[in-house]
Design a protein around this ligand. Sequence first.
Ligand SMILES: Nc1ncnc2c1ncn2[C@@H]1O[C@H](COP(=O)(O)OP(=O)(O)OP(=O)(O)O)[C@@H](O)[C@H]1O
Ligand SMILES: [Mg+2]
Length: 271
Amino acid sequence: MSDNVTPTTGAPAYALQCQDLKKAFQGVLAVAGATFDVPQGQITALIGPNGAGKTTIVNLLSGMMQSDSGRMQLVGTDVTNWPSHKIARRGLMRSFQLSRELGGLTVLENLLVAPKHQAGESLFNIFFRPLAVRREERENVERALETLKTYGLYDLRDNRARELSGGQKKLLEIARAVMAQPRVLLLDEPMAGVNPALIDRIGGYILDLKASGVTVLMVEHNLNVVEKICDHVIVLAEGRTLATGKLSDLRANQDVVQAYLGEVINASTHG
Ligand SMILES: Nc1ncnc2c1ncn2[C@@H]1O[C@H](COP(=O)(O)OP(=O)(O)OP(=O)(O)O)[C@@H](O)[C@H]1O
Ligand SMILES: [Mg+2]
């Protein structure tokens, strides 16, 4: 046995690494050379003014949009411009800023539509391993029901998703992403527009995910939330990484205060 105090597991220190990512819409750069790392096993906040490019970065990282240039690594693997299903299979899931529930399906069905590696997805399995397919379907339903219990949605399992309140839709967004058992979870404003009690509950869920080993990158405007639950902060302004570090250090950074924190501190952290 080695007498190292910190054992080296060989796992990369960063769940995500981005170098000089760029993405333009109609010639206007929404992401203009973003470079940052997201440490494994921590909660990282992605903050910045409206239009800074936060959602576009989430779209690039999850493979829903292709970057014009730059590189992205997911747990040490170069995944630049991989399609979203391939990135999901590697363990990255995301939620949406505007909830994208399938309104006509029930809450339970919303969780069952996309669990990863379903045996039933393969025609070979359906014909030659029907028992395995059925067992897996049963396990998925059980896991979906457990997930709904965790997020306080179990009693609503048979309701149509469109009947949920805004806050419940936010919970469903998270539950759907968690159902796929991600190791990296991107949350785009998971608490926007929800009441303070639910903000605390969602914060608790995100801390529980971290405790179970999930790396979280979350877009968040509420600095009280960032202060409470995030280990690390990335500040984006006009598509570029302006600064990274702990929120307390960033508050002392004049560039950051001028670009963003000044207005938000006044708006949200007093009192
Ligand atoms: N699909 C698109 N087509 C054209 N322009 C887009 C598209 N998506 C984003 N943009 C533009 O790119 C810029 C960055 O948008 P983005 O949604 O990434 O910002 P954001 O930081 O998430 O803002 P917010 O805090 O308001 O959610 C904005 O100017 C936006 O209008
Ligand atoms: Mg956004």
